[in-house]
Design a protein around this ligand. Structure first.
Ligand code: BES
Ligand code: ZN
Ligand code: ZN
Length: 499
């Protein structure tokens, strides 16, 4: 998508739809649009303002120079309290653009229309940034398996603004395009069914879609065995679709030894294994590779944006199936780290493959490890589908991470690595077991404590995205199905703190 800017709506803009946000008075708006348009919307704005619904978008057709131009009016009865609602307006507009198949349109920036006098707020482009992000989320469609595809694309967007700060932000718009290309890629992968997205095909997609700046190494099932990644092998060997382990390397700061490690859970289908999941819990389990898709898309985004940081990304890919060669409850395996693990529940498989991947990450002596995983149903119960769980073994890192998450309007909630529960993971005959002896309690914390055993006290963040990665009910920004949640926050966080 291309972006253009202008200080006023001009007559050439009449060819395409125009989006106008209004607040209290339309005075500022009137200085930014030609008289004929101002006259045409006067009556409508009056009636729109009396609507009870704060964010109703009215579509009217205005005869401008003999053209019937669609004009969308968003009338706000009160000044919005936070910026996330702008992403919601954007999402709604994005959906309208998609439905009406609009190729090009212009809109008046909130920075200009909401704040007549306050320069300070005008200088902050956060409203338009969020609005445009919302538009991107609303435009997304997953059509791969439809015989009749719309193949709709918004080509151009024109922002009408007199704010210099916003104009400057929009000059670097290429970055936003790259961010959303990768968010879309991540959503596509999550939405893809498990009969087509297997560990092998996923690893091939990673190879094909990685830019040259990224080095890709793929271990097949033999390599996995040889390298002693026995937990990945244990979870993956039950399926005819054999496991893979992918390592991506990006050297954005070759002069420095500093590096970060990213790890993503890549279970292409989680049947639960021998502890088979029942109906009602198994249907969406093609999405159990959301952490892997997030970390792949994020790494690609970092490389494409040429961030000055060294990144190693570790992606264990398995299909967790039931079958004669699948692992069983009670089996004991020696992990890559050397610790022996008793598998008491084959459905707690994410932490097993992550244990080996986290151990591989520690070998790089990283300054930070971040893992993302659709790890526990307990996290969905605790935080629902709008908030992700977050853990860290360094309070200062939690703080900066949560700052980044707040600035992106993505909600993460910190949960404690409460050491008092660690003894629940003690096995009678191995070094550790993969589920708690207190079966129903604090499942999300227990899973995090299990992972902590494999990070060797390197600075670490664990993100449980079980609730947020795939949305069964429509979200006001992310819509339906795969969300792409977390990429913006992690990108912002890494850019601010590690570049
Ligand atoms: N993939 C699931 C977690 C999950 C649940 C993700 C719902 C997305 C939506 C994970 O592998 C799992 O099955 N965890 C078990 C752990 C339990 C056996 C200790 C769970 O949460 O029930
Ligand atoms: Zn599971
Ligand atoms: Zn799982």
């Amino acid at each position: 998508m291309k972006i253009k800017t202008g200080k006023m709506v001009s007559e050439t803009d009449y060819k395409n739809p125009i989006f106008i946000p209004l607040y209290k008075t339309s005075e500022t708006v009137e200085t930014m649009i030609p008289e004929d348009l101002a006259n045409a919307i006067k009556n409508v704005t009056h009636s729109a303002k009396t609507e009870k619904n704060d964010r109703e978008i009215k579509k009217i057709y205005v005869n401008l120079n003999g053209n019937y131009t669609p004009v969308y009016l968003l009338s706000l009865s009160k000044k919005p309290e936070n910026f996330t609602c702008f992403a919601e307006y954007g999402y709604t507009i994005g959906k309208i653009l998609k439905k009406d198949k609009i190729k090009s349109f212009s809109f008046l920036a909130f920075e200009d229309t909401l704040f007549d006098n306050s320069l300070e707020e005008k200088e902050n482009s956060v409203y338009t940034k969020n609005f445009i992000d919302g538009i991107y989320f609303g435009l997304y469609a997953y059509e791969k398996y439809l015989t009749k595809k719309q193949a709709y694309k918004l080509k151009e967007l024109k922002v009408i603004t007199q704010s210099e700060a916003l104009g400057n932000y929009l000059k670097n718009f290429e970055e936003t395009n790259t961010i959303f290309e990768n968010i879309y890629l991540s959503r596509d992968l999550i939405n893809e069914p498990a009969n087509d997205l297997t560990p092998a095909t996923f690893s091939k997609i990673i190879k094909n879609k990685s830019p040259e700046r990224l080095t890709v190494q793929v271990y097949n099932e033999k390599d996995i065995e040889e390298k002693g990644l026995n937990l990945i092998n244990a979870v993956g060997k039950g399926s005819a679709n054999k496991p893979r382990f992918v390592k991506l390397t990006y050297k954005g700061n070759p002069g420095s030894k500093k590096n970060i490690a990213l790890v993503g859970k890549g279970v292409t289908f989680d049947s639960g294994g021998t502890n088979l999941k029942p109906t009602g819990y198994i249907e969406t389990m093609k999405t159990d590779m959301s952490g892997a898709s997030l970390m792949f898309a994020l790494t690609r985004l970092i490389a494409e944006s040429k961030l000055k940081v060294n990144v190693n990304t570790f992606i264990p890919l398995v299909e967790n199936t039931i079958g004669t060669s699948a692992c069983r409850p009670g089996d004991i395996y020696k992990s890559a780290s050397g610790k022996t693990v008793e598998i008491l529940n084959t459905d707690a498989e994410g932490r097993l493959i992550l244990a080996d991947a986290l151990y591989m990450a520690t070998k790089e002596k990283p300054d930070l490890i971040v893992d993302a995983a659709t790890l526990t149903g307990a996290c969905v119960v605790a935080l629902g589908s709008h908030i992700a769980g977050m853990f860290s073994n360094r309070p200062s890192i939690s703080e900066t991470f949560l700052k980044a998450s707040n600035s992106m309007g993505e909600d993460f909630w910190e949960l404690p690595l409460y050491k008092g529960y660690a003894s629940n993971l003690k096995s009678k005959i191995a070094d550790i077991q993969n589920i708690s002896s207190q079966k129903r309690e604090a499942g999300t914390i227990i899973a995090a404590l299990f992972l902590e055993e494999f990070v060797a006290n390197y600075p670490w963040i664990h993100l449980d995205i079980a609730g947020v990665a795939f949305l069964e009910e429509e979200h006001k920004i992310y819509g339906n199905a795969a969300s792409g949640f977390g990429i913006r926050t992690l990108y912002e966080f890494i850019k601010k703190e590690y570049c």
